[in-house]
Design a protein around this ligand. Structure first.
Ligand SMILES: C[S@@+](CC[C@H](N)C(=O)[O-])C[C@H]1O[C@@H](n2cnc3c(N)ncnc32)[C@H](O)[C@@H]1O
Length: 310
């Protein structure tokens, strides 16, 4: 943890400011230590460079497993690609010129694929996640001077109100117990006039069969689904066979990326999370309106939206 992160943190219980106790430093970062709330006295540990505001990953063991097994797969700089950069642009609409010099909140950072873009484009990013994905994110990008990583829950964010210029949450809110509440719980931390971009799974008939398969797969041991998900690697070639391929893809959907590790990762990602809600454009649009946003933009990839806090 960098000392600078204190400028953004507040007690998730009472909103108080923190006193910092450092137990070990490494490379100008706090490796071990503690944050004490000056108001209510509650203490939160800093472990392995990350302030931890929760004791377990609660319902997110699949993501703790996923992002530590597939830590580097989607990180552009580690794979010499621009895939995450392009995805960030079409899912949020943020351009490099809007990012430079601004402070972003990445809600549900995962292994850090999008925070990597924001920091490379010259923004400062505070990324948090409830799962142990934070350890993967720290290994990937945590040493960058403009990156801060925190382990915390979207429903108890440990941040000062109105401290971020912009926020985004990509593929996260639908994995919480309540997507709409998760959206609303982030709004107080955005400055007035700041943008909030989200990507949320779309409701549609094409998920009918995977919803049925998920009834089984979410109950299986994660290691078993990890091995089973590898079937997506050869299925990619079978999906190219006329009639058989599309029928198989409809009845048993698996990820179809050209890169084999992405197919494996995204198939695991689809079949393991406990919560996986789907929503429509009108639903998400209403959340923006109800939370006082204006100038709400809809992007082509469903459901991607961005609005300005009024
Ligand atoms: C599909 S991953 C997306 C990660 C990243 N945004 C990306 O696109 O690579 C969903 C992430 O949401 C996180 N998540 C789910 N519920 C959360 C909560 N209540 N608070 C914080 N993070 C949460 C999971 O741990 C997981 O890392």
């Amino acid at each position: 943890m960098k000392k600078r992160l204190l400028d953004f943190l507040a007690c998730p219980e009472c909103g108080g400011m923190f006193d910092l106790k450092v137990a070990a430093m490494e490379d100008l970062e706090i490796k071990e230590g503690c944050l004490f709330c000056k108001n209510c006295g509650k203490a939160f540990p800093i472990k392995d460079f990350i302030p931890r505001f929760i004791e377990t990953d609660r319902y997110l063991d699949s993501f703790s497993f996923e992002w530590n097994m597939f830590r580097d797969v989607q990180i552009d700089i580690l794979n010499n690609t621009r895939e995450s950069e392009e995805t960030f642009q079409y899912k949020t609409g943020f351009k490099e010129t809007e990012v430079r010099g601004k402070v972003f909140l990445d809600a549900g950072i995962g292994a850090g694929r999008f925070a990597e873009i924001v920091s490379r484009w010259g923004g400062e990013v505070i990324g948090f996640d409830l799962s142990f994905a934070v350890d993967a994110a720290y290994k990937n990008i945590g040493k960058r001077p403009n990156v801060h990583i925190v382990q915390a829950d979207i429903f108890e964010p440990p941040f000062k109100k109105e401290s971020f210029d912009h926020m985004y949450s990509i593929g996260v809110l639908h994995h919480t117990p309540d997507t709409k509440k998760a959206f609303a719980s982030l709004v107080p931390f955005l400055k007035k006039g700041g943008d909030f971009a989200v990507f949320i799974y779309e409701k549609g008939i094409y998920h009918r069969y995977s919803d049925l398969w998920r009834k089984i797969t979410v109950k299986l041991p994660l290691r078993a689904v990890y091995i089973l998900s590898a079937v997506a690697i050869p299925l990619y070639y079978i999906h190219k066979i006329p009639f058989l391929g599309p029928a198989l893809q409809f009845a048993f959907p698996t990820a179809n990326w050209p890169k084999w590790k992405w197919r494996w990762l995204d198939t695991f990602d689809w079949y393991t999370p406990k919560y996986q809600w789907k929503h429509t454009y009108p639903e998400v649009y209403n959340w923006y309106v109800e939370n006082g946003f204006r100038d709400v933009d809809l992007f082509d990839y469903p459901v991607c939206m961005r609005g300005k806090k009024g």
